[in-house]
Design a protein around this ligand. Sequence first.
Ligand SMILES: *[C@@H]1O[C@H](CO)[C@@H](O)[C@H](O)[C@H]1NC(C)=O
Ligand SMILES: *[C@@H]1O[C@H](CO)[C@@H](O)[C@H](O)[C@H]1NC(C)=O
Ligand SMILES: *[C@@H]1O[C@H](CO)[C@@H](O)[C@H](O)[C@H]1NC(C)=O
Ligand SMILES: *[C@@H]1O[C@H](CO)[C@@H](O)[C@H](O)[C@H]1NC(C)=O
Ligand SMILES: *[C@@H]1O[C@H](CO)[C@@H](O)[C@H](O)[C@H]1NC(C)=O
Ligand SMILES: [Cu+2]
Length: 216
Amino acid sequence: MKIVLFALAALAPLASAHFKLNYPAARGFVEDNLPQFPCGSFDTPSSNRTVWPVSDGSISLQMGHISANVEVLIGFGNNPGSAFNTVLRKTFTEQGLGAFCMTSFSIPEGVNITDGTNATIQVLTNGDPDGGLYNCADITFSTSAPVPDAGVCTNGTGVKVVAATSTQQPNETTGASTSTSASASATGSKSAAVSALNAGFGGLAMAGAAALAIVL
Ligand SMILES: *[C@@H]1O[C@H](CO)[C@@H](O)[C@H](O)[C@H]1NC(C)=O
Ligand SMILES: *[C@@H]1O[C@H](CO)[C@@H](O)[C@H](O)[C@H]1NC(C)=O
Ligand SMILES: *[C@@H]1O[C@H](CO)[C@@H](O)[C@H](O)[C@H]1NC(C)=O
Ligand SMILES: *[C@@H]1O[C@H](CO)[C@@H](O)[C@H](O)[C@H]1NC(C)=O
Ligand SMILES: *[C@@H]1O[C@H](CO)[C@@H](O)[C@H](O)[C@H]1NC(C)=O
Ligand SMILES: [Cu+2]
């Protein structure tokens, strides 16, 4: 299995891209530091917060792995530190490379949000054999937040969401256990690998999926 993962990494240059939080704007982005809890090495809130809607918000990512688990948490206040205690979207599996925009966020019942409430969104993903990746965005809630510019919130061709095979947080699992191959074997079929092939991820990703299918 390890050998296959190394082969995948060698085949797919995008695999090193991990993931990127594009909207709301991340505190910062240093690719090599994404594994650093809680915010990919950016521990200080930005003074430049994105005004984000109280209902029907969206969060736009760039995905660099053919499959990754994703979870979205939030911490309220000016500086939640590492206390991202409220789940905005529980763990699911995303498949496909490129733009991925999650939509229809709303604040959980019982949380008291008013115009001007500050908070920080934490996006967790896996996708790497070593486990969790983190990126955070500082926001100010507003009932009159502007909609994101055209093109900010889109999905790439072949990007899709499926139920996660694990309910664990993405930083408690590795990409290897939740990859296309894992879900294919868990469901007792090759359907996930086949759909990856059909989704047109490109020759490199197809070669990787084919390698996994042969091992299985
Ligand atoms: C502040 O954030 C906005 C929206 O993300 C961005 O367009 C702008 O460049 C940022 N300004 C600074 C000084 O960081
Ligand atoms: C929210 O954060 C901004 C700085 O980013 C600050 O100016 C403002 O006072 C904060 N709002 C509250 C309610 O603390
Ligand atoms: C919600 O927060 C606002 C501002 O802090 C406060 O005035 C209001 O009483 C709170 N509402 C509830 C139901 O706690
Ligand atoms: C992107 O795809 C996901 C999963 O199907 C979907 O929930 C989301 O609404 C899509 N985003 C856009 C901008 O259509
Ligand atoms: C994973 O992230 C959650 C949410 O921020 C955090 O509570 C937990 O401690 C993290 N686990 C690890 C192993 O870092
Ligand atoms: Cu990665």
